[in-house]
Design a protein around this ligand. Structure first.
Ligand SMILES: Nc1ncnc2c1ncn2[C@@H]1O[C@H](COP(=O)(O)OP(=O)(O)OP(=O)(O)O)[C@@H](O)[C@H]1O
Ligand SMILES: [Mg+2]
Length: 300
């Protein structure tokens, strides 16, 4: 039976620590977590599946529960990472990322079984972020295979080898940003013609849809028939997590069976709106609706 169950998968989540004007705030982070947060703002329930370790991991899951995003946990040894962003008085930003728990071979095997038990009945599974240390670069490829065999639509947002390998499993949709797409295609996406060529080259590899985000230049989407480019107003703000919010908007548009044009409008509005908040993926439905009115969509 088809359900509306959405699962986000974050293998290496983090406590995001923001230091600004001597004040520190800590909140749950990780790309799939950000997608779940944005989906919730759009009125969609999703289940964040996260791998955590130690007291920092327990803190992260507790905070997620408090946010109304109760996670499903996969427990590891070690300690969930804390990523620190310092916003200096002059506007300069420094970011220090930790690497997170190192996975043993046995963890990789154990996760695969755990994942298979969790995705039963899922309609959409979203894989977001880099792979933890110790996890083979083919891991998303293998998880996408499991999810597809269970009848779920799969979305992949990752980079480098994890993206290259993941694509081999032909996920339903990939969401590279410009840098990730250029690295994969070994080609600059510096004109509309090259962007279109790049999208075609992705589609040839078997994905049904590609959502390519281009920072403040907006985003493009294709399902092979239409090629649409959406551009919202430029926002001076915090762009970390804009891609996650854009992906959530695209998923929400799809769930509502919107036309492609409206799907991409919503995705662009979510991306731009996310830049207004320091907390990744923290958008408001009202803000998104306002922003959507300022998004222009064209065929190219
Ligand atoms: N400064 C900005 N002003 C307006 N909209 C923006 C801005 N930055 C990003 N966006 C919107 O958000 C979308 C996603 O941004 P971007 O391409 O930077 O994703 P990303 O690099 O994958 O981000 P992340 O991985 O941190 O979530 C863009 O396609 C655009 O619609
Ligand atoms: Mg991204």
């Amino acid at each position: 039976m088809k359900t509306n169950r959405i699962l986000t998968v974050t293998l290496n989540p983090a406590l995001d620590r923001i230091v600004r004007s001597g004040k520190t705030t800590i909140f749950p982070g990780g790309k799939g977590v950000n997608v779940s947060r944005a989906l919730k703002a759009l009125g969609l329930v999703s289940m964040p599946l996260i791998a955590i370790a130690g007291t920092s991991g327990r803190r992260l899951s507790g905070q997620l529960r408090d946010e109304g995003l109760p996670p499903v946990l996969f427990i590891l040894r070690g300690k969930t990472r804390t990523n620190t962003t310092t916003i200096h008085r002059n506007g300069m930003v420094t970011r220090i990322f930790e690497s997170g728990p190192v996975w043993a071979r046995e963890d990789v095997m154990r996760f695969k079984k755990f994942f298979a038990s969790q995705i039963l009945g899922a309609r959409i599974v979203i894989f977001s972020g880099s792979l933890p240390v110790g996890v083979p670069s083919s891991f998303y490829r293998s998880l996408i295979g499991v999810a597809k065999r269970a009848g779920a639509q799969t979305f992949l947002d990752t980079s480098a080898d994890a993206l290259g390998e993941g694509i081999k499993a032909k996920p339903f949709l990939i969401k590279p940003n410009q840098e990730e797409a250029e690295a994969f295609l070994k080609c600059r996406l510096s004109s509309q013609r090259l962007v279109k060529k790049g999208l075609r080259s992705f589609l040839k590899r078997g994905m049904k849809m590609v959502l390519l985000t281009l920072g403040e230049a907006g985003l493009v989407i294709t399902q092979g028939e239409e090629f649409l480019w959406a551009r919202g107003p430029k926002v001076k703000g915090h762009t970390v997590g804009c891609g996650d919010a854009a992906l959530a908007g695209c998923v929400a548009g799809m769930m509502a069976q919107d036309r492609l044009e409206d799907q991409i409008r919503l995705a662009a509005a979510c991306g731009a709106e996310a830049a207004r908040s320091i907390k990744p993926g923290a958008i408001s439905k009202k803000g998104v609706q306002r922003m959507a009115g300022r998004v222009r969509v064209k065929q190219f």
